[in-house]
Design a protein around this ligand. Structure first.
Ligand code: FES
Length: 122
């Protein structure tokens, strides 16, 4: 059964912030506003269950190795991520995918804005 939970009024979720809410099922969900886009992620890291949504909001960094003797070039992308505060595992906010292993995910949820209120569908 899906649940539609009111998170807050749109103005309460300022740019580059998050709110962690509790669903009736007991699970916690972090709802993020990054660059004006909304994302929702379960607050349970697939590594050891850490509060991933309390971590640092970042942008994915891609590194390009250019061979022996050359520096690794790092490029900061526009892909928002969240880094788990316990051991640093990092996940893409949009898909929940771990940045280094596409087999590992944190659960994500749909976010909708209606009448200037933010809701998560879970
Ligand atoms: S519990 Fe999240 S990285 Fe270990």
């Amino acid at each position: 059964m899906t649940e539609k939970i009111k998170v807050c009024h749109r103005e309460e979720l300022e740019l580059d912030t998050r709110k962690v809410i509790s669903a009736e099922s007991g699970k916690e969900i972090g709802v993020f506003n990054v660059d004006g886009e909304y994302y929702a992620v379960e607050n349970a890291c697939p590594h050891r269950g850490g509060p991933v949504c309390n971590g640092q909001i970042q942008k994915e960094i891609k590194a390009e190795w250019r061979g022996p003797g050359n520096r690794i070039e790092e490029i900061i992308s526009s892909v928002p991520t969240i880094a788990c505060p316990w051991h640093g595992w990092e996940f893409k906010l949009e898909t929940g995918e771990h940045i280094g292993d596409s087999q590992i995910y944190v659960k994500t949820y749909e976010v909708v804005v209606e009448d200037d209120n933010v809701y998560v569908i879970c």
